[in-house]
Design a protein around this ligand. Sequence first.
Ligand code: PLP
Length: 478
Amino acid sequence: MSRNAESTAFRSALEVIRAVEPRVADAIGAELTDQRESLKLIASENYASPATLLAMGNWFSDKYAEGTVGRRFYAGCQNVDTVEALAAEHARELFGAAHAYVQPHSGIDANLVAFWAVLADRVESPALKKAQVRQVNDLTEADWFALRRELGNQRMLGMSLDAGGHLTHGFRPNISGKMFDQRSYGTDPTTGLIDYDRVAEAAREFKPLILVGGYSAYPRKVNFRILREIADSVGATFMVDMAHFAGLVAGKVFTGDFDPVPHAHIVTTTTHKSLRGPRGGMVLCQPELADQVDRGCPMVLGGPLPHVMAAKAVALAEARRPDFADYAQRIVDNAQALAEGLLSRGATLVTGGTDNHLVLIDVSGYGLTGRQAEQALLDSGIVTNRNSVPQDPNGAWYTSGIRIGTPALTTRGLGTAEMDQTAELIHTVLTQTTAGANADGTPSKAKYTLDPGLADKVAGQATDLLATYPLYPGVDLS
Ligand code: PLP
């Protein structure tokens, strides 16, 4: 697409919006300015292409399309069928998956679809068979009561939160923790790495229905072949949530034992992180789970978002192009350069480095909590997020870590030299920030001091670093 076409498209859209509610048009414009000006190191964010963004802003949003391709509960869904089928086809081809379900509205929804597909397959279907009925409505009240108890009495084994697991993998504040009896596997306290023998031991003791692999803050590769063997040894279904690293799987950086798709029974993902698509989710699975997965709507999802499925089809088509593999490799090269830059300046990193798109800095070495470090970096134009480190003494709110990731800056075009400069900026801010005290003199986990002049200087240097790599260079809203 020519630069002119992109500018015209977005300018026209804003003009139409401005005529109705100018404050929304202004906020959309301001968001572009903010994103252009900030050094975005949020590991879970990216910049979707103009084509992906534009595919979402249209009348597909007006359609109800409950059901699946060719089997809808509403008439007039032929065009929704086209984009849903295209998105699923691109997903299957890209990941080498037997089946793809592209309706989940987000990562949490994709996980819920997967959990209930497994529960339906392994708990509900055998109960229906035993009662010799075809569907739940045909069960007696007593059998239905027994099935509901059975569905609510299943076990899940997943990675612990402070080792990098995700809230949706069976933790109590999330619905998954209220559905399942959950146990976690952590990481080795010395190396910070997954200890597969300990996972096998936990699986043998706990006998989960579902073994979950995948993470949101673990900076290393995971051997999915070994996890599948562990799942098989205890009769568990093996599920992988690749929300964070789907782009690295799509770009063939993670292959063989490190590609979850051939090893897992079911794989979930978001589409908006390293995969660089629209905000949404997706489920890939082996053929035996396909029918249950396709019941995601109405099982746990409302009507699908056809405009987002259209955007998924566009983004997945982009990810099938050869240059996406190059992008994926550059994400990892950049993360490793950032890690090296930080290590060489004296930072402590969880596991001592990275194999993927993210780096976890243990900021206790700087005498700071994650909360203090996150705010001080933000004051200096560097956007990150605080994150627990393994066995974190500061809990999940204040934390002792900062998680940084490279998918977004890599999309902008920054390379390894700029990552070293970024490491210098981060190190400068963290060494110049001091933890504050509460009114009673006790150490505060939130207050800190950073010379505003220094913060401004670093913010200026961050802007200079970005100047060579304009964001959405084809979009001129002026
Ligand atoms: N799974 C993992 C591993 C994640 O990191 C996240 C989001 O951070 C999710 C699921 C949830 O995704 P969403 O915010 O789209 O619901």
